[in-house]
Design a binder for this molecule. Structure first.
Ligand SMILES: CC(C)(COP(=O)(O)OP(=O)(O)OC[C@H]1O[C@@H](n2cnc3c(N)ncnc32)[C@H](O)[C@@H]1OP(=O)(O)O)[C@@H](O)C(=O)NCCC(=O)NCCS
Length: 178
């Protein structure tokens, strides 16, 4: 079995939608699938990074990293990891980890200070995400589960030291996602 991570294209739209519809519970799967598909078309500056994982040529996982900015510090740049999913029958084989780790490698080539995630600390902690690195960054919307707000630094001396209010891309501007 061989796994390959590659950039997602708009021709992956139906696979990406299906992965999120099947990966997340019914209470949130349509919302997350809509987000994932909208991010494939996001034409921001800098662009959103969407990647898929193929297992023996079949698309089985997807991840996206979209830029976050702040009016408080116009030169500052971060990214947020959302969403991430692997088809249920393909889990626990390292595909989720490969998507996160490959994505972080791509972000290290960008002039970005840190990458955020809003998710389960028990999963994201293994990639170096933690609450402390996110503490001085105010998410764009009120969080239903504040303990899930985490970040991981990408540069040694990137942080401004101030509290920054973050703004996200349009696809993430749905309060129900937060
Ligand atoms: C989270 C997810 C992407 C992981 O994909 P995967 O390909 O199975 O990931 P990996 O094989 O790299 O890692 C599996 C490990 O993560 C653990 N794990 C998965 N979800 C976890 C969670 N929510 N909390 C803690 N650990 C978790 C597994 O138990 C396994 O642990 P092990 O390595 O100690 O055996 C996948 O379970 C998924 O799509 N879940 C539903 C969607 C989701 O929750 N996305 C993240 C939202 S923030």
């Amino acid at each position: 079995m061989s796994t390959r991570i590659r950039p997602a294209t708009t021709s992956d739209r139906e696979h990406v939608r299906d992965i999120h519809l099947r990966a997340f519970p019914d209470s949130e799967n349509r919302r997350v699938a809509k987000l994932a598909v909208e991010l494939l078309d996001e034409q921001g500056d800098p662009p959103t990074i969407s990647q898929v994982a193929e297992l023996d040529g079949r698309v089985v996982g997807h991840i996206a990293f979209s830029p976050v900015k702040s009016e408080d510090a116009p030169d500052w740049l971060g990214y947020i990891l959302a969403p991430l999913a692997v088809l249920p029958e393909c889990r626990n084989a390292g595909i989720g980890s490969a998507l996160v780790e490959h994505g972080i490698e791509l972000l290290l080539e960008q002039p970005a200070d840190r990458v955020f995630v809003y998710g389960d600390p028990a999963y994201y902690g293994r990639f170096g995400f933690g609450a402390e690195a996110a503490a001085h960054f105010v998410p764009p919307f009120a969080l239903e589960h504040p303990f899930g707000w985490q970040a991981r630094g990408l540069r040694e001396h990137g942080a401004t030291g101030r509290t920054l209010r973050l703004a996200c891309v349009k696809a993430l501007c749905d309060p129900a996602l937060w």
